[in-house]
Design a protein around this ligand. Structure first.
Ligand code: NAI
Length: 676
């Protein structure tokens, strides 16, 4: 028998009086816990209080997963604390009703089970997930500047023990079914085809619910909590300063103070999330979430069906691009003139796959997809060909002449060049409109962004296919114009060079880096330059200096000629042991100049404004998105252009003017400031 009065839920009662509650959110490809979904759920659950079914099984009607979380769109218009509180309470109430049922309750999970969806699953007595590689469970709220708010902070620590629970909530990372089973987050991991049978089995013969064992059972004890909380705070502080990211600290406080009193903790949880959701950090992190969605939407997967990728050049970039594509399921041939280089690629691949895939069977399968190809046989079979050889016009052009006749009709031909205009490279092609830039960033496995570079003659259809390709390999496409440095290197360079100038003037590298970290950058500019390689910085700076308002500081040349190239040579601005820099101590009594941060950040902002004026990207939001995902620019500030608006266009412009008077033309405000 089915009851069909609800828009988003389908209720099915089977012959054993078990209720199967299917969530299939109307008009959406993904299940989210929007207000209407929660209201209906509350209404559905009410009659169960007086008339309990034999069991309740909650499952999803969507192929892509269980529930992706609360509806983030509903956060945006919130203005009043009371509104925010009401929204959170509605979610808590539904979860509480499920938790209060005496009959067995089961969340049946496949695909995404995140945020509010995970919290709903936590309110059930049992959780069963399929062991599919795509299934992911987690509580990513912290990434939006809040913490779990539908009872997750109350229910998770007693279920799996405080260390694992708090780690999951404080990092916001999503885990696979195996890890979830090991942790106790789910009770059973079964093949997809057995999900329903497993759920019915649990309802008919309910086992004892999961509880942490041994020392884990003690981790929520009031005597232990202060100690653990201190360690947690210290760990969080390494990544997220309290001034910029208050939510993780509030989460630790919440647990430390109230873990003995679930009812009180539930109230405090709601009050805390209601406060954060209206704050600046959450506001900007939600903005970043939507920017990411926008980037994703720029790559329409259906425009290309890449099965075989051929990468030419197995160096730093080509090797890593090939390794990444094979990890993402593509068959990849990687070509290089040198056997040793290809051997190194396979070695690097093994290291990454071991870390990411863990299971020997999956590691072997990924390695089997990555085929060293010194003869370049793959070029004529590939759907996508990516060139990543030396940054040399003649070498690249010669290569294109040689391979163009061999390409499969319709194959995508892309270059990873970081500085040569596409219109120059494509002169060597019989069909110059087919060349597009796929500009990856180093390290490929960590940097989500890929710039999709078009010259005036690039076929727009080809650029769209290139963007689509990045979605097949789980990267974010950013369409940019073929102009010097594209977007990311261009905005970074003046900022890095200002750092080099400051160091040359005698400001210690650690002081410069700290100023940027305090602003919210993920890494200081001096350390970043060392990590990228000072030779690479120098070559990009030289190219940009020919066209833009950029002077190359002599200090950079000096270090490069002395062979101090940064991390890779063991010495750059810092001295390295492995990839860890040795931090020199400051002289006692040293007082840094007061404008270090301003000089760094304003050069960054000024270049961002110039890129906007020149149309390097289509609009300000895309600029912010590209800069956040390509450079790690302080996400809680919502991107450079957003930051200019929030901190005051006039204020920042005046600061620029003052810097110009003091330091000269490199601080001349770009004409775009008037438009801003
Ligand atoms: P690399 O010097 O590490 O690697 C280049 C590889 O190409 C070498 O292994 C070389 O043996 C091979 N090669 C050269 N000519 C060849 C040919 N005709 N056929 C087959 N293999 C050939 O250089 P890297 O750093 O990987 O740079 C490659 C490209 O990626 C350049 O265009 C560079 O501008 C771009 N790029 C570099 C980034 C970086 O951080 N290193 C970042 C983004 C783009």
């Amino acid at each position: 028998m089915t009851e069909s009065t609800y828009k988003n839920w389908r209720i099915e009662r089977d012959s054993d009086a078990i209720v199967w509650l299917h969530l299939d959110k109307a008009g959406s490809a993904t299940n989210v816990l929007s207000s209407d979904v929660l209201e209906e759920l509350n209404a559905i659950l009410d009659p169960f209080i007086s008339e309990e079914p034999r069991g309740l099984i909650i499952l999803s009607g969507k192929p892509n997963g269980f529930i992706a979380g609360a509806d983030i769109n509903e956060f945006v218009p919130l203005k009043e604390p009371a509104e925010a509180l009401a929204l959170i309470r509605r979610g808590q109430k539904a979860c509480d009703k499920i938790a209060a049922l005496k009959c067995p309750t089961v969340a049946l999970i496949h695909g995404f089970c995140l945020g509010g969806g995970m919290e709903l699953a936590l309110a059930c007595r049992y959780r069963i997930a399929d062991d599919d590689a795509r299934t992911r469970l987690g509580l990513p709220e912290i990434k939006l500047g809040i913490h779990p708010g539908f009872g997750g902070t109350v229910r998770l620590p007693p279920l799996v023990g405080a260390p694992a629970a708090m780690d999951l909530m404080l990092t916001g990372r999503a885990i696979d079914t195996r890890a979830a089973k090991k942790m106790g987050l789910i009770d059973y991991a079964v093949p997809t085809r057995h999900l329903k049978r497993a759920a019915r089995g649990v309802v008919m013969n309910p086992p004892a619910p999961h509880r942490p064992k041994g020392w884990l059972a003690l981790t929520n004890n009031s005597l232990v909590r202060p100690l653990l909380a201190r360690t947690m705070r210290a760990k969080v502080a390494e990544k997220a300063p309290a001034a910029h990211y208050p939510a993780p600290y509030a989460l630790i406080d919440l647990w430390q103070k109230h873990a003995d009193n679930p009812a009180r903790m539930m109230d405090e949880e709601a009050a805390s999330v209601a406060r954060f959701v209206l704050g600046d950090t959450a506001h900007n992190l939600v903005r970043v979430f939507f920017l990411q969605e926008r980037l994703k939407s720029l790559g329409k997967k259906e425009l290309i069906a890449p099965r075989h990728v051929h990468v030419i050049g197995g160096g730093v970039m080509g090797g890593d691009i090939a390794i990444w594509c094979a990890l993402q399921g593509m068959r990849v041939t990687v070509q290089d003139r040198k056997h040793e280089t290809l051997a190194k690629v396979v070695k690097r691949a093994y290291a990454l796959y071991k870390k990411r895939l863990k299971q020997p069977r999956l590691i072997q399968a990924a390695l089997d997809r990555l085929i060293p190809d010194d003869k370049g046989v793959g070029v004529s079979h590939a759907d996508v060909v990516i060139e990543a050889i030396f940054e040399d016009i003649a070498a690249k052009q010669n290569l294109y002449r040689e391979i163009e006749p061999k390409l499969k009709p319709g194959a995508l031909l892309a270059t990873n060049t970081s500085s040569i205009p596409l219109e120059v490279l494509s002169e060597a092609l019989a069909n110059p409109s087919r060349l597009v830039g796929l500009h990856f960033f180093n390290p490929v496995a960590q940097m989500q962004l890929v710039e999709i570079v078009s010259s005036p003659i690039t076929d727009p259809g080809v650029a769209r296919q290139a963007a689509a390709f990045t979605r097949h390999i789980d990267r974010l496409p950013l369409p940019v114009k073929s102009s010097p440095g594209f977007l990311v290197n261009r905005v970074l360079m003046p900022y890095l060079l200002e750092a080099v100038t400051l160091e040359w003037e005698g400001v210690p590298a650690t002081v410069i880096d700290k100023a940027a970290l305090d602003f919210g950058m993920p890494m200081g500019p001096i350390r970043l330059a060392d990590t990228v390689g000072l030779d690479i910085c120098l070559s990009v700076a030289e190219i940009l200096s020919q066209r833009l308002n950029v002077d190359v500081p002599p200090r950079l040349r000096e270090l490069v000629s002395a062979g101090r190239l940064g991390v890779k040579s063991g010495q750059g601005f810092y001295t390295y042991h492995g990839d860890k820099p040795q931090m020199p101590r400051l002289k006692p009594g040293y007082v840094p100049p007061s404008d270090v941060a301003e000089r760094l950040i304003l050069r960054f902002l000024n270049e961002a404004a110039a890129c906007l004026r020149e149309g390097v990207v289509a609009d300000a939001d895309l600029l912010d998105a590209g800069v956040i995902f390509g450079t790690g620019f302080a996400p809680f500030r919502g991107g450079p252009i957003n930051y200019v608006h929030e901190s005051g266009v006039e204020t920042q412009r005046k600061k620029l003017q003052a810097l110009e008077e003091h330091y000269g033309k490199r601080f001349v405000a770009d004409a775009e400031w008037v438009e801003l």
